[in-house]
Design a protein around this ligand. Structure first.
Ligand code: HEC
Length: 143
């Protein structure tokens, strides 16, 4: 116990000595130079705050993402290229037979996957509402 106390006390004294030595040293440059040097690399901007330039605004919690946002981020990887045999968005030939299955089946396969189509199209944190919107967005491209 005494040894531990001595070790902690030594650390406290040491950091004080080092700290005051630091404080006596005057850093080079003007205040503006210094501010620029120690500027944080990132900035946090909270929901509802005015964000500075280059700061990514967070998505408000609970606010559903649009069908296009989900599509671009998750579905597009396979469905714009036809990767792994995915029906290509907007290409009617790829969709005719699938549409004939009915919307319930398309929805079921969006949710649970089929063949190389992964469940929820890999958007595991998607709500049903967001997934449905992405499916609608994909099918709207056929009009
Ligand atoms: C990893 C690639 C991949 C991703 C990501 C993906 N899909 Fe698919 N999708 C496929 C493939 C492959 C098929 C064809 C599966 C089959 O019929 O065997 C398919 C088929 C489908 C079908 C038709 C199902 C049917 O019954 O004919 C729908 C609807 C669909 N995807 C919706 C989506 C949506 C919505 C997303 C995004 C949320 C998505 N997919 C993301 C690969 C993907």
């Amino acid at each position: 116990m005494n040894k531990l106390f001595a070790a902690v006390a030594t650390l406290v004294v040491l950091s004080f000595v080092v700290g005051s030595a630091e404080a006596r040293r005057v850093p080079p440059g003007t205040d503006a130079d210094i501010a620029e040097r120690i500027r944080p690399h990132g900035q946090v901007c909270l929901v509802g705050e005015e964000c500075g330039e280059g700061v990514m605004a967070p998505m408000a919690a609970g606010e559903p993402r649009s069908g296009q946002q989900i599509y671009d981020r998750f579905c597009a990887a396979c469905h714009t290229t036809g990767a792994a045999g995915a029906p290509v968005t907007g290409r009617a030939d790829d969709w005719d037979a699938r549409l004939d299955q009915g919307m319930d089946t398309l929805w079921d396969h969006t949710l649970n996957g089929i063949g190389a189509m992964p469940p929820k199209g890999t958007c595991m944190d998607c709500s049903d509402e967001e997934l449905q919107a992405s499916l609608d967005y994909m099918l709207d491209a056929l009009d």
